[in-house]
Design a protein around this ligand. Structure first.
Ligand code: NAP
Ligand code: ZN
Length: 372
């Protein structure tokens, strides 16, 4: 049994964990840049908890609160400049995947002279500032991954910095911060986590350990997404979704994502469809595509999700997704071409050909007749 597992992130999960872990923060220095999105961290209590913990340790901090969803390179450069001008020795990132990923990129940019292209390719001889991650969505798992996914206008998609040096040194995961996460963001982020678990389970790079984590994550996600459909967004559901999202993050840190993410990035860049929703739209057809060649692992996915067949799996997704966006034939052709050039195809259990990707888009979203 061949297994390779590397997770240098210290993980602390549970209500009140930021306050309880304050003393750990002193390990990385006396000055920190705190990075957040534009408003949610102020409202959900996470920013107050983090700054109180830093204050309690005598750590000086400066706030950078300009990270927008799907961050680009420019905002990461601004944050890196802020870190340098303040003399920050580490970064504390609070928020959804967007601030967490922007913080990882800023941590690299603060220590290396990089062009927009070499930001993604490396190498990073200067290393990176340590990043402490405090997630406030239950979705991306970025708190335990070595990925920073940024909008890349040069390639008109999202590109990934993929480097072990950007694993957060510490993840403080408190589900209470998701208490008031709107239903739409809750669903979209949970669909991202479900996609990580399902894709990771079926990925060519999966192994016995990541498959076991993936089954745990998808079982928790499916069970609790059914509760969300029934209107339950209570604390137990929140805690289970957070646990599952972080667990699914560990899965993709090792097994990586597959053609669903490769295809979904174009829906996000070109159609402004949220990242998790984009994956959720594609996941049902993808499962059927894999099932045709690999029925046994797909049966295991369906069993973990409590579904008798792919029809039931799609029905659960449909109940969460509501009305779907549409694509034109020209968009499908263009996105299919581009997604096959990403690294995601080769990690997919059944290697997708151009016509497969076209069929997957067609089976996932309604097609409008006119060309644009
Ligand atoms: P997000 O883009 O970080 O946040 C989406 C929205 O949710 C923002 O408006 C944000 O507001 C709000 N929000 C965040 N936490 C909240 C809370 N507790 N209560 C109320 N509102 C809250 O969403 P995300 O889905 O977590 O992250 C998506 C990004 O992560 C994408 O760029 C995706 O490509 C990336 N990603 C990364 C990985 C990885 O391993 N690194 C994996 C998958 C996806 P504010 O802006 O005001 O904070
Ligand atoms: Zn994702």
């Amino acid at each position: 049994m061949d297994i390779r597992f590397y997770l240098p992130t210290r993980l602390v999960m549970g209500t009140g964990c930021v306050q309880a872990s304050a003393s750990l923060l002193a390990s990385w220095g006396t000055k920190a840049l705190v990075m957040t999105g534009t408003s949610s961290a102020r409202k959900n209590g996470s920013l107050d908890d983090v700054t109180a913990a830093l204050d309690a340790q005598g750590i000086a901090w400066r706030l950078f609160d300009q990270v927008e969803p799907n961050p680009g390179i420019a905002v990461c450069r601004q944050a890196a400049a802020e870190a340098l001008s303040f003399g920050a020795q580490f970064v504390v990132a609070i928020g959804g995947g967007s601030p967490l990923d922007a913080a990882k990129a800023a941590a690299v940019l603060a220590k290396n002279e990089l062009t927009d292209a070499t930001l993604f390719s490396g190498p990073y001889p200067g290393g990176a500032l340590p990043v402490v991650a405090v997630p406030t969505t239950a979705g991306t798992g970025s708190e335990v991954t070595q990925f920073s996914i940024l909008t890349n206008d040069a390639l008109r998609t999202k590109s990934t910095i993929f480097w072990d040096g950007i694993f957060p040194v510490l993840a403080l995961v408190d589900p209470a911060y998701t208490k008031d996460l709107p239903r739409t963001v809750t669903v979209n982020t949970a669909l991202d986590a479900l996609s990580h678990a399902v894709e990771g389970y079926l990925a060519k790079r999966s192994d016995a350990l990541t498959r076991s984590l993936a089954l745990t994550a998808m079982a928790a996600l499916a069970a609790n997404l059914r509760k969300v459909v029934a209107g339950d967004l209570g604390p137990e559901v929140r805690a289970e979704l957070m646990f599952a999202a972080t667990t699914a993050g560990m899965v993709i840190a090792h097994a990586m994502t597959t053609i669903v993410h490769g295809m979904g990035y174009f829906l996000t860049y070109e159609k402004a469809i949220d990242h998790g929703r984009a994956n959720g739209l594609l996941l049902g057809a993808y499962l059927e595509f894999i099932q045709a060649e690999h029925p046994e692992p797909v049966a295991a996915v369906l069993k973990a999700c409590g579904c008798a067949d792919t029809g039931e799996f799609r029905a659960l997704l449909d109940a969460l997704l509501g009305p779907k966006e549409s694509l034109t034939p020209e968009e499908i052709a263009r996105f299919a071409e581009a997604s096959l050039k990403t690294r995601h195809g080769p990690n997919t259990a059944r290697t997708p050909q151009r016509e497969d990707v076209v069929a997957l888009y067609q089976a996932s979203l309604p097609t409008t007749k006119e060309f644009v």
